[in-house]
Design a protein around this ligand. Structure first.
Ligand code: ADP
Ligand code: MG
Length: 400
């Protein structure tokens, strides 16, 4: 789904209040009855003001009228939730303008945004539940419970979990983006000026990069964690210049994408650990024709290092942040389901060697050539950006 912020500047303070009321009502109602929206919004203009706002919001697709319902009601759309999150980021001065989309994942949209000083950042919008839960019967049964399966709830869980891990990893000095803010199903983080390893065709010293990545896996394990999706898309490779004439540049891997992280104590920990290791081995062999002479690393050895030397266990961090076991389970089931269905559609990174070489660097172009690239940034904040002539200045006029 494409994020289109153009309607933002047309929303009045009342519209925002009503949109917020629909969001609040969604906590207990799949379809929020109109009288409840009126009650929560409590506009000065009364019911007629609410109805005016409802029409305005429905017209731009932020809420949708549910006609099949027994009663008259509305539900929030992905667009509506996007707007609410952006509105919060804008009012906290984390985001001022929204630029182009740099990535479209199965489970997220990645946008370049900027604050009012012009500093670029990344907005990650989680979009879980875009696929229907059909592949695994147990999941289907589990997710029959409406709340567990709701896209809004699952996407928010993914954002909360990812933000908590990014914070914990960053505090421990792991090479990850700096988390700046989280609202609803979105995260704002620093923009890493480095391409994913997927786009790197050769490196001067594959052995040392390989060693560094394996060391990263082991360091995570020591802190009680497995990344769970440690692949060439989720490792960005930054080039740093050095003063050393013999090695003029160093390559630093930076890890992203954390909603699927699991504990070293997880019942399938060994499988996840081995899969992460295998992913790197396979990529290095195919892309850089490098195969390590050292076998492993092995889960059983890594397991022995968990918490060693007094290091902080980070697998408990997310739970400590209020992410309950039930939330963890709901998210895990949804992510596993998503993974299973994308494997079915042949979207996993598991393509054959020939296919991979062909695709090679082309794939990025597909995403990069996205149509929103030409449009320039869409301003959502309430300041004035210098040199903003020609930009769509979008004003949030609710005084927040
Ligand atoms: P998904 O869950 O959809 O895989 P990711 O977090 O892996 O989402 O992001 C998708 C892509 O967006 C990455 O492969 C990377 O190219 C880009 N990306 C994500 N976060 C950043 C960031 N902080 N800085 C630069 N690029 C990023
Ligand atoms: Mg990813």
């Amino acid at each position: 789904m494409k994020l289109d912020t153009r309607a933002m500047r047309h929303l009045t303070a009342e519209d925002w209040r009503v949109l917020t009321a629909v969001e609040m009502g969604s906590k207990n109602h799949e379809i929020v009855p109109t009288p409840l929206i009126e009650k929560i919004a409590r506009l000065k203009g009364g019911a007629s003001g609410v109805h005016k706002s409802i029409s305005a919001l429905a017209k731009v697709g932020l809420i949708a009228r549910m006609k099949e319902a027994k009663y008259d009601g509305y539900r929030l759309s992905y667009g509506g939730l996007d707007y609410l999150a952006l509105h919060t980021h804008a009012s906290r001065k984390h985001v001022y303008s929204v630029g182009s989309r740099i990535g479209v994942g199965k489970e997220s949209d990645i946008m370049i945004v900027a604050d009012d000083t012009g500093t670029q950042k990344v907005l990650k919008i989680h979009r879980l539940g875009r696929i229907s839960f059909r592949t695994v019967k147990t999941n289907r049964d589990y997710l029959r419970n409406r709340q567990s399966a709701s896209w809004m709830y699952l996407s928010r869980l993914a954002a909360i979990k990812e933000y908590a891990f990014m914070q914990a990893l960053r505090e421990e000095g792991f090479p990850v983006p700096e988390p700046i803010a989280q609202s609803r199903h979105t995260i704002v983080m620093t923009l890493i000026d480095a391409p994913p390893m997927r786009q790197i065709s050769s490196v001067p010293d594959p052995a040392s990069l390989y060693a560094e990545l394996i060391a990263l896996i082991l360091r995570l394990a020591k802190h009680g964690l497995i990344h769970g999706d440690f692949n060439e898309f989720n490792i960005l490779i930054r080039e740093d210049k050095t003063d050393d004439d013999e090695n003029p540049i160093t390559l630093t891997p930076i890890l992203i994408d954390f909603p699927q992280m699991v504990s070293m104590d997880h019942q399938n920990a060994e499988m996840y650990f081995d899969r992460d290791v295998e992913c790197i081995k396979r990529f290095f062999s195919r892309r850089f024709h490098f195969t390590s002479t050292t076998p492993g690393p092995f889960f059983r050895d890594a397991k022995k290092t968990v918490g060693r030397d007094g290091v902080r266990r980070l697998d408990a961090v997310v739970e400590a942040s209020g992410f309950t076991k039930k939330m963890a389970k709901d998210l895990e089931v949804a992510l596993r389901e998503q993974e299973a269905s994308s494997e079915k559609r042949g979207e996993s990174g598991d393509e054959s060697e020939e296919e991979e070489e062909e695709e090679d660097l082309e794939e990025e172009d597909e995403n990069d050539g996205d149509e929103d690239d030409d449009e320039g940034p869409q301003v959502i904040g309430d300041g004035v950006l210098e040199n903003s002539a020609g930009l769509n200045k979008l004003t949030i006029n609710d005084g927040t």
